[in-house]
Design a protein around this ligand. Structure first.
Ligand code: NDP
Ligand code: 2IT
Length: 448
């Protein structure tokens, strides 16, 4: 085994020894570590400084109790987290997730992914993530407001416009950010740069709502174009029907492709005529309903229970936009069998490592989450810029910058892939390109 390989193995062993039960964090960290071999071989100073041991250990982990009262008068206690992973290139930045599956392993995996994702955007933001195992589904607005106020009562001690700037993720959209912002403001006064994804009347950025889904399509378009191919006329399978999925459907359709599925955790819609994103928006954003209702409104659509990744239908591009580990090895084999040539990830870590191995064996080109879904956090950073200068940019200005950033992320990943002769391994390319900037900053700042 080379020195570099044995160094990587020793860092993995230490993670395994310290946190044997953090399976999601291990999955994210091991995947990155394994892909860094070429750059570590090129930069012995990273190994000399034991930089990887610093990279995989969060700068700070905060866990706290969040008590709240439901409308029926009962008292409840949920568990809150903020993992401030790495501030080498800027203040901590990353979303908050509200979902019953949230635990320390999940928040650590998301915070770790955010370090290299944020680096890839080219903007000055470090990596963080937070969340809570509170389930917003089925809760009234008042319950969500009381929960957000209690959550922020503790979180406010740890965040700030130049320190740590949370935003949305699963279960956290405009409503939750509004309540969280109000609670922060009551305790600390008006500081609009403390959260991103805010409403447009109090410091939010145009195009932040659309940014992750639009950005996913700008990245996918760049990847497809680099192969001499085009999105026009392509059939696309999308999972999820939340923020990312909805605006991915819109941009894919605008770029001349046809999206044939959307889903939620109960089932999926198949519409051979092409999903109408306005219907999805109405059901999910306005009425807070379930995706099965789409089939009641659109004659050409069918609803089926189960996972959309078990649905056998021919298509060209897969865009998973729901959650982590939604695609296993067998489902990846079905993606290959159904003829897909590309998969780009809107969700964070939707593919198990053995699914990614199937993509490679089947010549499916793979755009990993930290590159493909970086548009959301990129526009969050642009929201921070607008807040700092107390100005708002037009939709077109933000959208053009988003497009440039996503194309630049693809180009950086491709350049690293070419430099190390990785044969269109855009996952390793993204990891290496994101890592090199963070590593340079960490080395310059010494052992901290
Ligand atoms: P939303 O809460 O708006 O939507 C989540 C969607 O994913 C829903 O359709 C939901 O279905 C589905 N989903 C969630 N958990 C599961 C599960 N366990 N099994 C099946 N489906 C599930 O979240 P977002 O659209 O914001 O986030 C989707 C993904 O994109 C996440 O991985 C997130 O981390 C990632 N992401 C989000 C960004 C953003 O800016 N919002 C930026 C970058 C990445 P159901 O209603 O049934 O739960
Ligand atoms: O996973 C992600 O990049 C996000 N949820 C967006 C984070 C942000 O700070 O906008």
């Amino acid at each position: 085994m080379s020195n570099v390989k044995s160094y990587i193995e020793s860092v993995k062993d230490e993670i395994q020894r310290r946190d044997p039960d953090q399976t999601e964090f291990q999955e994210a960290a091991f995947t990155v570590l394994d892909s860094l071999e070429p750059t570590l071989a090129d930069h012995p100073e990273y190994v000399e400084a034991n930089l990887l041991a610093q990279l995989v250990e969060p700068e700070r982990v905060i866990q706290f109790r969040v008590p709240w009262q439901s409308d029926d008068g009962k008292f409840h206690v949920n568990r809150g987290f903020r993992v401030q992973f790495n501030s080498a290139i800027g203040p901590y930045k990353g979303g908050l997730r509200l979902h019953p599956s949230v635990n320390l392993s999940v928040v650590k995996f998301l915070g770790f992914e955010q370090i290299l994702k944020n680096s890839l955007t080219g903007l000055p933001i470090g990596g963080a993530k937070g969340g809570n195992d509170f389930d917003p589904k089925g809760k009234s607005d008042s319950e969500v407001m009381r929960f957000c106020q209690s959550f922020m009562t503790e979180l406010q001690r740890h965040i700030g416009p130049d320190l740590d700037v949370p935003a949305g993720d699963i279960g956290v959209g405009a409503r939750e950010i509004g309540y969280l912002f109000g609670a922060y403001k009551r305790l600390n006064g008006y500081q609009n740069g403390v959260l991103t994804g805010k409403g447009l009347t109090f410091g939010g950025s145009l195009a932040r709502t659309e940014a992750t889904g639009f950005g996913l399509l700008y990245y996918t378009n760049a990847l497809v174009k680099a192969q001499g191919d085009t999105l026009t006329g392509k059939r696309i399978k999308i999972s999820g029907s939340g923020n990312v999925a909805t605006y991915a459907v819109q941009k894919a359709t605008e770029l001349g492709a046809k999206v044939v599925t959307v889903s939620d955790s109960n089932g999926y819609i198949y519409d051979p005529k092409g999903i109408d994103y306005q219907v999805v928006k109405q059901i999910k954003e306005v009425e807070r309903g379930r995706i099965r209702e789409y089939a009641d409104r659109v004659a050409s659509a069918e609803y089926h229970g189960g996972s959309v990744w078990d649905f056998d239908v021919d298509y060209d591009i897969a865009l998973p936009c729901a959650t982590q580990n939604e695609i296993n090895k067998d489902q990846a084999k079905l993606i290959a069998k159904d003829g897909a040539k590309y998969i780009c990830e809107g969700a964070n870590m939707p593919s198990y490592p053995d699914a990614i191995a199937v993509y490679r064996d089947s010549n499916i080109l793979y755009g990993p989450a930290k590159a493909a879904n970086a548009g959301g956090v990129a526009v969050s950073a642009l929201e921070m810029s607008q807040n700092s200068e107390r100005l708002s940019w037009s939709f077109e200005t933000v959208d053009n910058r988003l497009q440039d950033i996503m194309e630049d992320i693809f180009e950086k990943s491709q350049a690293a892939d070419k430099k190390y002769h990785l044969d269109r391994d855009y996952q390793a390319g993204a990891n290496i390109a994101g890592f090199e900037k963070v590593a340079t900053a960490m080395l310059a700042q010494g052992l901290v």
